[in-house]
Design a protein around this ligand. Structure first.
Ligand code: NAG
Ligand code: NAG
Ligand code: NAG
Length: 193
């Protein structure tokens, strides 16, 4: 057995000993305070997020606004007989120190079949991450929820800018009985002028 594998198994063992079993891959959601800032529990798995320029997001990566332009490709472990909702938001609006607009909703797509976001219904169009200068690093978070079995959501597309501010992920998830996100990922971006 390699030392690396032995180390990973040992760490998993110690995590269990302390009673709190958080899968190692999503521990970063706790380390970077997305739990509890916007979530009660971390997602169940890491979401694959790849931007058009090839940037493959890993949790807590620091990226420039330039690197995170366009519509990313998202992949998770989908059940072919279920529909999914994707939320992309910035909990640190207008800044992490004073997040009075927590969260700013960047993208909301519902009724996604089979990881095929293009086939879902877009409620709020994607806005790329471009935080105000001098507001430091913002966390940009992707969450994928599995819709309750057999439920097709009926929401109208929302073009209003106001609808993006003060978006509560947990309120949204509980209103639609979405439970814990099945996958998620996040990165940091700041604007330097
Ligand atoms: C993206 O990175 C992860 C590791 O962080 C890797 O497992 C995955 O295969 C990569 N995806 C692509 C398409 O390269
Ligand atoms: C968002 O919430 C803050 C308080 O946290 C409030 O001051 C502000 O008016 C709200 N904005 C909107 C657009 O509802
Ligand atoms: C749509 O925008 C309005 C603000 O104009 C807001 O009150 C409403 O909650 C939004 N709906 C959704 C689904 O975001």
């Amino acid at each position: 057995m390699s030392h690396l594998l032995a180390g990973v198994l040992l760490l998993g063992y110690f995590n269990n000993c302390f009673g709190k079993v958080v899968p190692r891959s999503v521990q970063s959601f706790v380390d970077h305070e997305l739990v509890p800032d916007i979530l009660n529990s971390p997602p169940e798995s890491i979401l694959s997020v790849i931007f058009p320029n090839g940037i493959n997001v890993s949790e807590a990566m620091e990226l420039t606004p330039e690197q995170v332009k366009g519509v990313p490709n998202l992949q998770w472990n989908a059940n072919s007989n279920r529909l999914y909702t994707v939320v992309f938001c910035d909990p640190d609006a207008p800044s992490r120190e004073a997040p009075d607009g927590r969260s700013f909703l960047h993208w909301l797509v519902i009724n996604i079949p089979d990881e095929d976001v293009d086939e879902g219904d877009t409620i709020v169009n994607i806005l790329n991450s471009h935080p105000e200068p001098e507001t430091g690093f913002h966390r940009y978070v992707f969450l994928v929820y599995e819709q309750p079995e057999g439920v097709v959501f009926d929401l109208l597309p929302n073009e209003s800018f106001e609808g993006r501010v003060n978006f509560s992920v947990e309120d949204f998830a509980s209103r639609y009985n979405l439970g814990i996100p099945v996958a998620g990922n996040f990165y940091f971006t700041q604007t330097i002028e």
